[in-house]
Design a binder for this molecule. Sequence first.
Ligand SMILES: NC(=O)c1ccc[n+]([C@@H]2O[C@H](COP(=O)([O-])OP(=O)(O)OC[C@H]3O[C@@H](n4cnc5c(N)ncnc54)[C@H](O)[C@@H]3O)[C@@H](O)[C@H]2O)c1
Length: 364
Amino acid sequence: MISKIKIGIIGCGGMAKTHASRFETLMDRIEISALVDLDLEKAQAVADLLPNNPMVTSSYEEALDVCDAMLVVLPHHLHHQVTIDCLNAGKHVLCEKPLANTEQHCREMFEAAQQNKRVLMVAYCMRFHPLVNKLKEYIDNNTFGKCFQLSIWTEQHTEREPDNWMCRKDQVGGGQLFSHGCHYIDLMLWIMGKPVRGSHISSNLCTPWMEGEGTSNVSIEFEDGKLGYHFGTWGARGSKLKYAFHAHCEKGMLELDITAGTLKYYGDAEAHVPGSEAKQQEILLAEEPHAKPTAEEMRHFINCIKTGEKPLTDPVSSIEGLKVIWQLYEAEARHELAALRGLGLGTFKLPVKQHKKIRECIIA
Ligand SMILES: NC(=O)c1ccc[n+]([C@@H]2O[C@H](COP(=O)([O-])OP(=O)(O)OC[C@H]3O[C@@H](n4cnc5c(N)ncnc54)[C@H](O)[C@@H]3O)[C@@H](O)[C@H]2O)c1
C-alpha cells in the first residue's frame, strides 16, 4: 500500500495559498510534489509555505510525472481541459468549484473519471464545515421542529483588475452566483431537499468590474413548502452578517455565524405585542474556530483515493447543483420564475459506476 499520496497543485493564486497553508495536519498522509503556475513566482510563493522542496514549474504536463493526484485551482474556463488531461494521465483530481462552465464540459470530466477509474471530487469545502454539518443534523432530525426557511448571506468586497479572469463572464461562467454562490446553492439543496421553483434577481451596480452580476438574490421554494434564500455580494464595503445562515424552525431560529464560528439557538419567543420587546432564549449550541475547512476536504479526497469511496462532493451532485443555477439564470433572462421541479441532488440521469476498481489500481 502506498504511504503518502503525492499531490500537485495546478494554479498557484489566492486559493492555492489557502489550501497550502492548511496542509500541516495532513503531512503524514500527503506530500506536495509539484506546484504549477504560468507565473513561476506565484508557484514559488506557494512552495515557500511548504516544508519540502517541491518541483516548481509552468507546465502541468511536467508535474504529472511526479504526482499521484492533482489539485486544480485554476480559472473556471480552464478546469475542463486540465482536469481531463490529468485524469487521462491516470491522476486523481480534486477540482476547485464550480466544476466547469457548461453541462457538456462537466459531463466530459465525469466520463473521463469513470473511464480512467480515478477519483474526481469537487472542492465544495463548505460541505466539510463542522458547524454546517451540525446545522444540517439539527434540521434533518427536526430537533427544533420543522425548518420552514433557510437564509444564507455572504457579503464580501471582492474586486479584481478589469483584465482579470474573475471579471469576465465567459471565463467565470457567469457572475457572483456561479462563482461563489455555487457553494451555497449546493448547501441549500443538500440541506433543504428538492426544489420546485425559484428566482434569481441580480445586479452589477457598485461592482462595475464584474461583467456578470456582482450581487445576487436567489429565492427557492422546496417540496413541502420550505423556502430558501441566498444573498451574495462582492460589493459589500461593510457588513454585519458577513457569512451567516439563519434557519427558522417551528420552535426557534438557528444562527450559524461562520465568521464568529458559532451556532446559536434563539427560540421560544413570546408572540410579538406591538410596543414591547418579545423575550426569547439564546443558547450557544456549538463553537468552532473559523477556518476554511479545506483540510477536512483534502482528508476526504485522500480517503476516497485510498478506499474507492465515492466523494461526498462528486461530479454528479456538482452538475445537479449547477443545473439549478443555469435554470435560474435562464429564467432571469426571460423575466420568469424558474421551473426547478425534477432538478436538485439525486436527479442526474447518467449511470454512475462505483469506483470499485480504484483501490486495485492504487495497491497495484
Ligand atoms: N473554495 C473556495 O472557497 C474558493 C475560494 C476562492 C477561489 N476558489 C476557486 O479557486 C480557483 C482559483 O481561484 P483563485 O481565486 O485562486 O484565482 P487566482 O486568479 O488568484 O489564481 C489562478 C492562478 O492560475 C494561474 N494560471 C492561469 N492560467 C494558467 C495555466 N494555463 N497554467 C497554470 N497556471 C495558470 C494564474 O497565474 C493564477 O496564479 C477557482 O476555481 C475559484 O473559484 C475557491
